[in-house]
Design a protein around this ligand. Structure first.
Ligand code: NAP
Length: 288
């Protein structure tokens, strides 16, 4: 894309390692241009262990804020002067703003995912949800859905002890299982929504579900959501689609967490629906 900026444009960035594949600069600069904001959004590799050094450099260089991806989301938490409610709850930061010389860390992943569900007409309140995985993404999804009134959440993970640990957040409304075919089959039996937050099926990993037959036990009305957006349709989503289910990939989360991040950076309100309509085709081009 053609970037336009002035000498006094306020600087934003995404930091991580690896990070050069990130779509955040494309999404954020597209929004910045569409809204006529005087910002520029860059891509900055920062190695593990360098989070504090980056904060000092970013302050010196006059950055207004940045997004962080792996491996910094957790490391950034103790370095913030203040956290928003979700960053404190997830113990993970994906958006950092410099406000009055103080670092303000927030997390827009949970609300981004929740909003992407609502936009598809899926309200998890009062529903049983089965979540696969316990990594950073799974944690923000699970805790946000508990917060938003999901009736019960089953967490299935290869390493069961991690699922048990996650379920300690709301032991009366969460239970833990493994990821074998038998465990998955039992784990989805009462679900109204299934969300894959593992990296199984992601392009470039070579790892996928050994069997998708557990989907036969998922109630017919239950949508399937995969946080992965590359490929656009994982094998899980293909099978869900063949069963006639609503099948959603991770574009919604990607786009909505970016919209909320720009709202935090600029402290302005953005028409998210219009912006999502602008951004989604950009991600689809990347998937092709
Ligand atoms: P993470 O912290 O590394 O967690 C990875 C999860 O996948 C863990 O639960 C891990 O299980 C499981 N897993 C990995 N390899 C596995 C295998 N071979 N067999 C079974 N389970 C396996 O990653 P994350 O940041 O949470 O991201 C998870 C997925 O969400 C990724 O595909 C990522 O691309 C996607 N994501 C999408 C968005 C978006 O904007 N759409 C945002 C964030 C993440 P163990 O605990 O047993 O290791």
């Amino acid at each position: 894309m053609q970037l336009s900026y002035e000498n006094d444009s306020r600087k934003l960035a995404v930091i991580g390692d690896p990070v050069l594949h990130s779509l955040s600069p494309l999404l954020q600069n597209t929004m910045i241009q569409a809204l006529g904001l005087n910002y520029i959004y860059l891509c900055q590799p920062v190695a593990k262990g360098q989070a504090k050094a980056w904060l000092d450099a970013a302050k010196l260089l006059g950055f207004a804020g940045f997004n962080c991806t792996m491996p910094h989301k957790v490391d950034m938490v103790p370095l913030m002067d203040e956290l928003d409610e979700d960053a404190a709850l997830f113990q993970s930061v994906n958006t950092v703003c410099l406000r009055n010389g103080r670092w303000y860390g927030c997390n827009t992943d949970g609300r981004g995912f929740y909003q992407s569900l609502l936009q598809q007409g899926i309200d998890p309140a009062g529903r049983n949800v089965t979540i696969l995985g316990t990594g950073g993404a799974a944690k923000s999804v699970a805790l946000k859905l508990v917060q938003q009134g999901a009736a019960h959440i089953t967490v299935c993970n290869r390493t069961v002890s991690k699922a048990e640990q996650l379920c300690r957040y709301a032991p009366d409304r969460m239970d833990a299982r493994g990821l074998s075919l038998a465990e998955l089959t039992e784990g989805v039996r009462h679900a109204d929504l299934l969300v894959n937050c593992t990296s199984l099926g992601m392009k470039g990993t070579g790892a996928d579900f050994a069997s998708l037959d557990f989907l036969d036990a998922l109630p017919a009305h239950a949508p399937v959501c995969d946080l992965i957006y590359s490929p656009a349709a994982t094998s899980l989503l293909v099978r869900a689609g063949e069963q006639g289910r609503t099948a959603l990939n991770g574009i919604g989360l990607l786009v909505w967490q970016a919209i909320y991040a720009l709202e935090e950076f600029t402290q302005t309100s953005i028409d998210g629906v219009a912006m999502a309509r602008l951004l989604e085709p950009l991600v689809q081009q990347y998937q092709a």
